[in-house]
Design a protein around this ligand. Structure first.
Ligand SMILES: [Zn+2]
Length: 119
């Protein structure tokens, strides 16, 4: 039963992700886990405003990312594999999404990210 539920959750996420994307064929790394899929879904839905939040995994320094959005999608909107390989990016984006849903403001969310993921 639990497995079935997870399956639904997983395919549900994949289907939602495909909606509205020009290229319906998404790279496999997006589906490596349901959590990964969720992270890409959040990034796609909230879009480039997520670049207002920093990523602490080092990608801003070494990969030239502007912020959390670029961990999952490049500036032109194509999926970036980086986010699927980095637990920190995934945890950060899920945290931002949760806080935005609660109505937490941008500055507070940045403080929370720094406290939880910063050095
Ligand atoms: Zn990152």
């Amino acid at each position: 039963m639990k497995v079935f539920f997870l399956f639904l959750l997983f395919t549900g996420c994949a289907l939602k992700l495909k909606q509205g994307l020009k290229n319906k064929h998404l790279p496999n790394f997006i589906y490596s886990s349901s959590k990964t899929c969720k992270a890409y879904f959040i990034a796609k839905n909230r879009g480039k405003t997520l670049n207002e939040y920093p990523c602490y995994c080092g990608c801003m320094k070494f990969n030239g990312h502007k912020g959390l959005y670029n961990c999952f999608f490049k500036e032109d909107g194509t999926p970036d594999e980086h986010g699927s390989e980095c637990d920190m990016c995934i945890d950060e984006i899920i945290k931002v999404d949760e806080e935005l849903k609660k109505g937490t403001n941008k500055e507070e969310i940045k403080t929370i990210l720094e406290r939880e993921f910063g050095e």
